[in-house]
Ligand binder design. Structure first.
Ligand code: URA
Length: 234
């Protein structure tokens, strides 16, 4: 594999950045400065370092973002602001997609990757990956409605939602934990008991939680621990 491919595929440097940084002597292969980004390396056998830090090889890119309100989780939707518009240009050629979608009016944690197999498994109902959302409602939620929604709501299209958990933190606010993700599910669930979601934020996806240091619109590569958690199915 070419040295620049090693850096681009893991989302660390673009091809042109790699050429520049290599020229500046900031990249080493097995401790030797390599200034030619086209040299062939073996990501398993060789130790690649950038600015003195060893870089583990990753075939895929895994990003966590604090999605801001008003952006859509789509690769192409004319007239809309896309979450991908927020990413650095170096990610442009990596065929990234969001793992599931949040509504335009929902903010919080989204995962962006090009690892289709892991994304598919994380979304599969078979694996019951829990997603937690903080909600606020237009009308106080009665205990009766909370309990009935937990057992399963019948949506307008007749779909019956799976059991979920709703913890109230105030009459109109709380957290809802779902292990499925139908279109507009939470908004439609609350609508089924004549209520209305005023705000909705995803705060976790499986074991991955929204990083409080990420302001709306900010993102970062997942840590190795987060990648392992995202991939693990237990
Ligand atoms: N449920 C919704 O209604 N909207 C979201 O964005 C996520 C879950």
């Amino acid at each position: 594999m070419r040295l620049d491919k090693f850096f681009t595929s893991s989302g660390i440097l673009s091809r042109s950045q790699c050429a520049k940084e290599a020229k500046a002597g900031l990249i080493t292969v097995d401790g030797e400065i390599v200034r030619d980004p086209s040299v062939n390396i073996d990501p398993v056998k060789n130790t690649i370092a950038y600015k003195g830090e060893i870089i583990g090889y990753s075939e895929f890119v895994y990003i966590v973002m604090n999605k801001p309100l008003g952006f859509v989780c789509s690769n192409d939707e004319p007239g809309e602001k896309l979450v991908f518009d927020l990413l650095d240009r170096k990610y442009g050629r990596l065929d990234l997609f969001t793992v599931g979608r949040l509504d335009k009016a929902t903010d919080g944690l989204i995962i962006i990757t090009n690892d289709g197999k892991t994304a598919h498994a994380a979304l599969s109902p078979k694996h019951h990956v829990e997603k937690v959302y903080e909600y606020s409602l237009a009308v106080p939620l009665s205990e009766e409605d909370r309990i009935s929604l937990e057992k399963g709501a019948v949506l307008k299209d007749g779909y019956e939602t799976k059991p979920c958990v709703i913890e109230k933190t105030s009459p109109t606010e709380g957290r809802i934990t779902l292990s499925e993700g139908k279109y507009h599910q939470i908004r439609r669930m609350f609508a089924s008991v004549s209520n209305r979601v005023v705000s909705l934020r995803r705060v976790s996806f499986g074991k991955i939680t929204l990083d409080p240091s990420l302001l709306p619109g900010q993102y970062r590569l997942m840590t190795d621990e987060e990648i392992n958690n995202f991939k693990s199915r237990d």
